[in-house]
Design a protein around this ligand. Structure first.
Ligand SMILES: Cc1cc2nc3c(=O)[nH]c(=O)nc-3n(C[C@H](O)[C@H](O)[C@H](O)COP(=O)(O)OP(=O)(O)OC[C@H]3O[C@@H](n4cnc5c(N)ncnc54)[C@H](O)[C@@H]3O)c2cc1C
Length: 294
């Protein structure tokens, strides 16, 4: 049994997120990252789901590949945007029949340049997809959902975002968060969920900074605050990639330590299909191969 809710019940998890590459060079980077991170014995690895037909098929192929050819447990991301209910049902049935036991149910975003009204949404919110995963997967698929510690950028206010998250978690088994840099954003979110009667595990997402401009772009898109003190420190060494990574790893290591001390049930690393920063943080924290799921 490799359902993530069962793994979380056994102890602290570590997990790594990858995206399906679109080029041969990207494919090589991904293979290297998977080969270099597998020996760390992650509790699970997750594969993102993008816009567009061929990218979507790549997610399925990569998830099944991880399941069949590695020792790692995969989690498939799936987004509701631009899909009919019957298409989503077919994708979920294919995962279930292939033996995939974990799905992250997401709303997704309209493709860049198109507004929400130009996109087809049979399911307007991720909560409806989470319910469909439950319906199709029964007890064979654990359901994860996304959480946004600083609130989703489209939310009119934080309390309504928390209420919608609690409603989503009432159906799902666990959540994984958007990246953030201040441990207090995570702690506050967990406390506010508890006040709403929700105690499902919420795994924090960690984005080690390895490229300042890239993280600033991601932060802008996701609504995560990029602390100005950290930005200043990184901009000062912007043209020294090794130094940027050293600072990024140092900051992420401290955040992970603070999160574990505050009771986080696991650590989910956004790898961007590279292994070095994640391996260094793992080593700094003294996490041993396979220890996470013990
Ligand atoms: C861990 C993680 C992984 C991700 N992976 C991917 C990926 O693989 N592919 C991809 O395209 N994107 C991915 N995303 C991005 C995600 O699709 C976007 O952040 C998207 O804008 C919101 O997704 P959601 O599932 O949180 O949406 P929802 O839960 O639907 O929330 C979206 C907004 O609607 C509000 N809301 C929710 N329910 C209701 C309701 N019933 N009534 C009114 N308002 C409501 C929420 O408060 C929020 O403001 C990921 C995000 C995270 C955190």
């Amino acid at each position: 049994m490799t359902r993530i809710d069962a793994l979380l019940a056994r102890g602290i998890t570590t997990s790594f997120e990858f995206f399906p590459p679109q080029t041969d060079a990207g494919e090589r980077h991904l293979r290297d990252a998977l080969n270099e991170l597998e020996p760390l014995g992650p509790s699970f690895v997750s594969v993102t789901y993008g816009a567009g037909g061929s990218t979507r098929e790549r997610t399925h192929r990569l998830v099944v590949d991880v399941l069949e050819r590695t020792t790692m447990t995969p989690m498939a991301h799936l987004t509701a945007v631009d899909h009919r209910r019957d298409e989503l049902t077919a994708i979920l049935a294919a995962y279930r029949d292939a033996g995939v036991e974990n799905v992250l149910a997401l709303r997704g975003d309209p493709p860049r340049g198109s507004g929400p009204d130009e996109v087809f949404w049979e399911f307007e919110h991720a909560v409806e997809l989470a319910a469909l995963v439950r319906e199709v997967g029964g007890d064979r698929i654990a359901v994860g959902v996304a959480a946004h510690p600083e609130g989703h950028p489209l939310s009119p206010d934080l309390p309504s975002d928390r209420r919608h998250l609690a409603a989503k978690l009432a159906i799902a088994d666990f959540a994984v968060t958007q990246f953030f840099f201040d441990v207090q954003d995570y702690v506050r979110m967990v406390e506010e969920l508890a006040q709403l009667g929700c105690d499902k595990p919420v795994v924090p997402g960690i984005m080690p900074v390895t490229n300042v401009r890239q993280i600033e772009r991601f932060a802008e898109l996701s609504g995560a605050a990029f602390p100005s003190a950290l930005a200043d420190r990184l901009h000062a060494v912007e043209h020294e990639p090794a130094e940027v990574r050293r600072i990024g790893v140092e900051v992420a290591t401290q955040l992970c330590a603070d999160l574990l001390a505050s009771g986080a049930p696991g650590l989910h690393f956004y790898t961007l299909n590279r292994s070095t920063a994640t391996r260094e943080i793992h080593a700094n924290l003294g996490l041993h191969p396979g220890a996470s799921a013990a």
